[in-house]
Design a protein around this ligand. Sequence first.
Ligand SMILES: Cc1cc2nc3c(=O)[nH]c(=O)nc-3n(C[C@H](O)[C@H](O)[C@H](O)COP(=O)(O)OP(=O)(O)OC[C@H]3O[C@@H](n4cnc5c(N)ncnc54)[C@H](O)[C@@H]3O)c2cc1C
Length: 453
Amino acid sequence: MSTTEAESYTVAANWDLSGLPTPTLPDAADVVIIGGGIVGVSTAWFLAKQNINVVLCEKGRVACEQSGRNWGWVRQQGRDPRELPLMIESRRVWETLENDIQQDVGFRECGCLFMARTERDEERLASWLPVAREYGLDTKIISGAALENTLGSNSQQWRSALYTGSDCRAEPHKAAPAIATAAERAGARILTNCAVRGIDTSAGVTSGVVTEHGRIAAPIVLCAAGAWTSMFCRSLGIRVPQLKVRGTVVRTGAAPKVLDGCVFDDLVGIRRRQDGGYTVAHGSILDHSITPTTLRYARKFLPALRQELNVLRLSIGADFVEELRMPTRWDLEKPAPFEKKRLLNPAPNAKVLDGIRKNLATAFPALKDVPIVESWAGMVETSPDVLPIIGGHADLPGFFVASGFSGHGFGIGPGAGKVIADMLTGANTGYDLAPFRLQRFFDGSPIEPMKSV
Ligand SMILES: Cc1cc2nc3c(=O)[nH]c(=O)nc-3n(C[C@H](O)[C@H](O)[C@H](O)COP(=O)(O)OP(=O)(O)OC[C@H]3O[C@@H](n4cnc5c(N)ncnc54)[C@H](O)[C@@H]3O)c2cc1C
């Protein structure tokens, strides 16, 4: 991509919903997927490749929410051991993805660095090394000349870094749409502008979906609805504890190469993009606006909230009232909340934008004058233990959930899609999905949030 192309491109094109055609619905499918994020489209792709008749319904455009707004890190480093095997599988899927789908998604092995300023930081980061060793990863602590060489620029302000050379990056605005196109080529139907209002059942068993454009009969329905999952499932009488956290992100124009991979520090999370610019976020601020859901699930989230208190900025206001006014059940023949508010498109936090600008100049002085060409925000959805929720529900046979990817579902998405496709067809997934079952939050199991390093 040339500099001019990089500067004329907008990430926000992902969530421009104007001009989307009205889809034509098939009468029936083997599987219907709700949600066209990276998890939904990857699952559709893996199902279609097995000649399963799969239809995906997306209320907006593919990747219009989290999957098109994220940082683009495909990282194994720092993950909880419970999800690391799935992430390693996903990295394998990423490795051959461009070749398999014959499209560019900006994938590249670039390495991931978590920076340490103090001895205490270094000890905290080094505590992840035994996990890396157990799973055969190439993770190490680097310092001095090795750090300087790996980073590719002056590293004097840091004592050392936790480094995984096999970690990668990809372009969020390209990846999920490209996988959706591949799924279509393999036979899947991808219906955009198609909100699912609810589920049809027959004798207590899933029998299809009701969309804003009509019904599709299907014995298996997967809810991969990202931040809307809790609300959708609540309308079916299924509880899914899930909170939303707003992350603010900026994109710079093409800029000097001070790093090539993904770098995280208390000041900034920064990734070099394929177009020669950087995607940058604040290293230590996330916003959570308290809503009735926060109160409903407060006890389940308490351990995670305690752990993240230093980075979370809590507030209460308009979102509380808006959620209070949202119905919890609705008539499936009339517009549902997913049509009334078709897109979660939060405004970037202005104070965080200021912070990003200042922190970028401190962490990477060579980037202090680089133009910020775009900013946006995304709603991360998180589960109480910050791990995905994958599985069915005993009360509604045929209905499955794949959600709660908790701020790190882009990297794991393609691998999750592969495993979820096998789960839906009843094949051996080769993975233990027990840590991801929804019931873990209700069957008395201790809620142990992922420990961030
Ligand atoms: C700012 C930010 C930075 C992040 N950085 C990273 C990163 O660097 N690396 C990483 O691995 N992860 C990252 N993540 C997390 C990652 O983006 C998500 O975990 C992942 O994209 C989740 O994918 P998904 O398919 O589950 O959900 P989504 O991408 O949210 O997709 C869900 C889709 O469902 C649709 N939908 C909802 N309800 C309905 C309905 N009723 N009918 C039809 N459609 C419906 C929505 O419109 C949406 O498109 C980040 C997230 C954010 C917001």
